[in-house]
Design a protein. Structure first.
Length: 368
């Protein structure tokens, strides 16, 4: 095989597919990136059997062929080469020569025939949304998936399609994040649970352009994302997702309207007094016209008042400050509405149209 392509094209392609190279594996072939030019285009592939990524890059194929190269070494070599055209030549013994200007590397590859190709997925049921929308909805929900392996479903996000709407839902046992997206067309109902790792990697690859689309295909076991010259195939998490609608009550005893930036900045300041691993809650005392936020820790204490508009009862309630910060950071509204019932019941931060709902469970606290 012999091919020539620019460093920038090759490096971009390698950075995209390397997201699917496993950190630890007993199969050394999976630590490789496959270069396949047999189809008349330069195709790079990586696959860890859960997540596979394939991308096509521009360049000249002088002689067709296929080779698997160690991902880590290959990526580092390309990264440190000069910004010019790179030539890759392989022989029948998988010896690979990578040259750029006066630099020349020789490394040993592996047979491309041993590589695990991406599974062939039937492209029947699909939806289309912009790269920007997908990247944003991942950012706005991914923080509340669980990294605990005991419950696989919590480590993924529910994609629920209904007509012209898609809901994306994540939860970790302490909070729930829900975002509603309006799709360009109407689609048949569909529910799948996508691994958080897949969504994290996709959000890193997506350009985030509002005028460029992503097509998402679903099957029983897999989800496929196609955008520009890249295809991402991931296994789905199997099982019935949690019935969250019964947790979403619209009843409330206290309704608070507050400036989002003021609240976020205040909680952010309060967390300065919390040491790593310390589980100190922030205590929120809601009265007419203002809320007082208090925190007490071994480092010191702080309190601050913020003006609000309140409907309903006075209330004192405690929260893990990190959970509030995570939700507030991804809400773009200038003024937010918080709905509360009592100190033991979750609070809801949501807009009028339910385009976003963030549910956060309170924590017990002492007022000493």
């Amino acid at each position: 095989m012999k091919l020539v392509c620019s460093k920038s094209n090759l490096l971009t392609g390698l950075q995209v597919v390397s997201k699917a190279v496993p950190n630890k594996t007993t199969m050394s072939i999976l630590e490789c990136i496959l270069i396949d030019t047999t189809g008349g285009e330069i195709k790079l592939t990586a696959n860890d059997m859960e997540l596979g990524i394939e991308t096509i890059i521009e360049g000249d194929i002088v002689e067709k062929g296929i080779i698997a190269l160690d991902a880590k070494i290959f990526l580092e070599i390309v990264r440190k080469l000069p910004d010019n055209d790179i030539t890759i030549i392989t022989d029948s013994n998988f010896k690979t020569t990578i040259t750029c200007e006066k630099a020349k590397f020789n490394i040993i590859g592996k047979s491309g025939e041993d590589f695990s190709y991406l599974p062939m997925i039937e492209r029947n049921e699909s939806i289309v949304l912009s790269q920007y929308t997908l990247k944003e909805v991942i950012r706005q929900t991914i923080f509340s998936i669980s990294d605990n392996d005991n419950n696989k479903l919590m480590s993924g996000e529910l994609f629920e399609i209904n007509g012209e709407e898609m809901r994306v839902i994540s939860l970790d046992g302490h909070r729930i994040s829900i975002r509603k997206i309006h799709l360009k067309n109407s689609y048949p109902s569909q529910k799948v649970v996508v691994p958080g790792k897949t969504l994290n990697e996709i959000s890193k690859i997506l350009g985030g352009d509002a005028d460029k689309d992503v097509t998402i295909f679903f099957t029983d076991k897999h989800i496929v994302f196609e955008f520009e010259n890249t295809t991402v195939v991931s296994r789905l998490i199997e099982g019935e997702y949690f019935k969250i609608d019964q947790m979403l009550s619209s009843d409330y005893e206290t309704k608070v309207e507050i400036n989002k930036k003021e609240l976020l900045d205040c909680i952010d300041r309060a967390t300065l007094l919390i040491k790593e691993g310390d589980k100190k809650p922030i205590i929120i005392n809601i009265t007419d016209g203002s809320i007082e936020l208090k925190i007490n820790s071994t480092v010191g204490s702080m309190n601050e008042e913020i003006d609000i508009t309140k409907v309903g009862k006075d209330l004192m309630i405690g929260f893990n400050p990190k959970f509030l910060i995570d939700a507030l950071r991804v809400i773009d509204d200038e003024t937010i509405t918080i709905y509360l019932v009592n100190p033991k019941a979750p609070c809801f931060i949501r807009d009028e149209e339910n385009n976003y709902i963030y549910l956060i469970l309170p924590v017990n606290f002492t007022t000493v």
